[in-house]
Design a protein around this ligand. Structure first.
Ligand code: MLT
Length: 302
């Protein structure tokens, strides 16, 4: 009989519906399998009986993969289980960056007590006028579970979509709208697109991939979105791109002191996958993967 433990509260659904041996606790010392969301595990000591870790989410950069490999601990993740939540956030981010909805709402709050508020609204209409996304060129770097969903949703909104992915899977290609332009050189995304969104994992090769060189190749007034992983963008380079007028708006799901508070940045506190639906999907998938491995010896990572 195995003990499954959950390191931080993950889902509203009762995971103990799946196994009576499931416990949500901070003390995972004697667990056979640990379920974790984004808690950083690099400094944790693992007991000798730990057999697997399931990350309820896509990114595994909070898991000490080398240590797990040395100890033979199997690591699962749930790519795709929260992709719809992130996709919807990316679409919202594009719209927020194109239309100054946040500025307008703040303006209304600031003027809430003004009896003339209805009259001065005329001024606000000019001040907060924006652009439509229909017909704009959207560049997607990384066509995995999230990138493909963003591509398909953007096509439905009338955007002209370009995608780059050197590792495009047959499954992703199959699920992607056929009128997405698949480019084989990322520079085409930089030079052609009005809005660029990144959906790649954090690897040595992708760290800081959006830096001074990439930004120099982008169109003036580009909108840049990073709802994937924090250090994919070199924030100092992004800031100088904003200050030079090259980048019109930067939307990130990773607060840090460089961009938080800047007028041309929309900084979200990592809410991309924070929907009840995504959290439940990830948690259920992660528990099923662990149980399938521990109880039946099968490895399924989907
Ligand atoms: C993920 O890796 O799936 C995302 O970071 C979502 C999250 O866990 O908050």
């Amino acid at each position: 009989m195995y003990k499954y433990k959950c390191l931080n509260p993950i889902a509203k659904i009762g995971l103990n519906n799946f196994t009576e041996n499931f416990e949500a606790t901070d003390n995972v010392d004697d667990a056979d399998g640990i379920l974790v969301r984004s808690a950083v595990m690099h400094d944790m000591e693992f007991s000798d009986n730990l057999l697997c870790i399931a990350r309820a989410g896509a990114g595994v950069n909070n898991i000490p993969l080398e240590k797990c490999a040395e100890k033979g601990i199997v690591v699962f993740n749930t790519p795709g289980a929260n992709a719809n939540g992130v996709k919807e956030m990316v679409i919202a981010a594009m719209l927020l960056a194109s239309r100054d909805i946040i500025g307008g709402v703040e303006w209304v709050k600031a003027n809430a007590g003004d009896p003339e508020i209805a009259k001065v609204t005329e001024k606000a209409k000019k001040k907060f006028a924006g652009n439509e996304i229909m017909g704009k060129k959207l560049g997607i770097i990384g066509l995995g579970a999230i990138g493909v969903r963003v591509a398909n949703a953007a096509k439905l909104l009338g955007m002209d979509v370009y995608g780059y992915d050197p590792y495009l899977s047959v499954n992703a290609a199959w699920n992607m709208s056929s009128d997405v332009h698949h480019v084989t050189n990322v520079d085409d995304i930089y030079s052609k697109c009005d809005i660029i969104t990144i959906h790649v994992p954090l690897l040595e090769s992708t760290k800081g991939m959006i830096g001074t060189d990439a930004i120099a190749k982008m169109k003036k007034g580009v909108i840049l979105l990073n709802l994937a992983r924090d250090i994919l963008c070199d924030e100092a380079a992004v800031l100088s791109g904003i200050n030079s007028g090259k980048i019109r708006k930067y939307v990130t799901d990773f607060p840090n002191t460089t961009t938080a508070g800047h007028d041309n940045c929309i900084v979200i506190p990592h809410l991309g996958a924070s929907t009840e639906e995504s959290e439940d999907n990830c948690a259920i998938k992660a528990v099923m993967e662990m149980m399938e491995y521990l109880e039946n010896g099968n490895i399924s990572n989907s």
